[in-house]
Design a protein around this ligand. Structure first.
Ligand code: PLP
Length: 393
């Protein structure tokens, strides 16, 4: 069970630590010497329950999750999260206030846009508080300062306000959460952390709900992590299906109804326990490395090395994202000269630097430098970036 350490910069599913995969591979065959693999045991067995409890406990330790919040796991990926957030959170607001108010979306790239579109498709009252495109030559790559949009929030009612902390396709990351949202006790902040969860320290108490697909920083595809304020769960439980139906609001499918999932400790239906175990191994690996603080320092170093190399040759490389919101996870760039894109990828591949092709919707290149990508891999890429520019300038 060995491999050469990869230097893979794919956006997802992403590279995972080799030591985690080695342990997972063993556990897939014989878990804790019980003579069965982890994927072969009942999701309600003592062993499976322990995996769920361990994963929750390790995550709580890593993220300093306060008692006001609950952790749970669901299938369906980030996209199902878009739907389940809209239907659960509109119910929570109804349960709390007896009223319906629109959800507000801060659109900074394709993932927050998709989430907004899904809320609209489900007939959940929703509006864009802003679309960052309109501030930046019709393209994503910028997050407008609060002064330019906070008047659309102040004094208004929202069932929740949604943002995507790191736009994986466009390489745009919120440097910090907007104060006009976090300072308003009446607004529940809902955030998609699919591509930057556990990459930097955050204050969980600021969020009503955090959603993160596993397959980038924390594991394999197949599970999504949720951290929710307990009060929101109580408010959802106050609302009946009849009430929602009468108001023309969507009824959440039962497997994605947050209070039901939490009441059943994430095992209302069969939880992919192997996938969760891999997630827990990633959590343990991160704890042994010194936790999120240590990982953040490493990620900052990696981002500095790579952006530094690209900036040094700014007459050769184009970085479409404003420096104020450059992602520390997904580094997006293009070549200023035409006709060299294939050569860039081929020469990179010859050095075993893989996964650099940009998303089909934006083209160019994207180097995803998630937690498991080492400083050495990023150094290799940065030196290739420099030598390619020198050769072809
Ligand atoms: N949100 C973000 C930030 C993503 O990067 C992705 C996928 O890459 C998604 C949501 C959608 O995740 P899934 O493919 O698991 O539905």
């Amino acid at each position: 069970l060995t491999r050469e350490e990869p230097s893979h910069f794919g956006a997802g599913p992403a590279q995972l630590p080799t030591s985690v995969l080695q342990q997972a591979a063993k556990d897939l065959i014989n878990f804790n010497n019980i003579g069965l693999g982890i994927g072969e045991i009942s999701h309600r067995s003592k062993d499976a329950t322990k995996v769920i409890e361990d994963a929750k406990a390790h995550l709580k330790e890593l993220m300093h999750i306060p008692d006001t919040h609950e952790v749970f796991f669901m299938q369906g990926g980030g996209t199902t999260g878009f739907s389940s957030i809209a239907s659960n959170l509109i119910a929570a607001y109804l349960g709390k206030t007896g009223e319906v108010a629109p959800a507000g979306y801060l659109v900074t790239g394709s993932w927050s846009k998709k989430s907004f579109d899904e809320a609209q498709r489900l007939y959940v009252p929703s509006e864009k508080i802003f679309d960052a495109k309109t501030f930046y030559h019709g393209k994503y790559g910028y997050i407008p300062p609060e002064s330019q949009w906070e008047d659309k929030v102040k004094g208004k009612k929202f069932s929740y306000v949604y943002l995507c902390e790191n736009e994986t396709v466009h390489g745009v990351e919120w440097p910090r959460m907007p104060k006009c949202i976090t300072d308003d006790p009446n607004i529940e902040l809902v955030a998609d952390l699919s591509s930057d969860v556990l990459s930097r320290e955050i204050d969980v108490s600021q969020y009503g709900l955090i959603m993160a697909g596993a397959q980038k920083n924390i594991g394999l595809a197949g599970l999504t992590l949720y951290i929710i304020k307990k009060e929101i769960l109580d408010n959802i439980s106050k609302v009946s299906d009849e009430q929602l139906h009468k108001l023309g609001l969507p009824i959440t499918p039962i497997a994605f109804h947050y209070p039901t999932v939490v009441k059943n400790n994430s095992a209302y239906n069969t939880i992919p326990i192997f996938t969760l175990h891999v997630m827990d191994l990633v959590f343990q690996h991160l704890l042994s490395k010194g936790g999120v603080q240590a990982q953040q320092a490493e990620n900052e170093k990696k981002a500095k090395i790579l952006y530094g190399a690209l900036d040094e040759f700014s007459d050769f490389y184009n970085l479409p994202v404003d420096p104020s919101c450059r992602s520390s996870m997904n580094v997006v760039f293009t070549l200023k000269k035409e006709g060299l894109d294939d050569k860039f990828l081929q020469e990179a591949a010859a050095l075993k630097l893989t996964g650099l092709k940009g998303h089909r919707s934006v083209g160019g290149f994207r180097a995803s430098i998630y937690n498991a990508v080492s400083v050495e891999s990023v150094e290799k890429l940065a030196s290739f970036v420099k030598s390619f520019a020198q050769q072809h300038s």
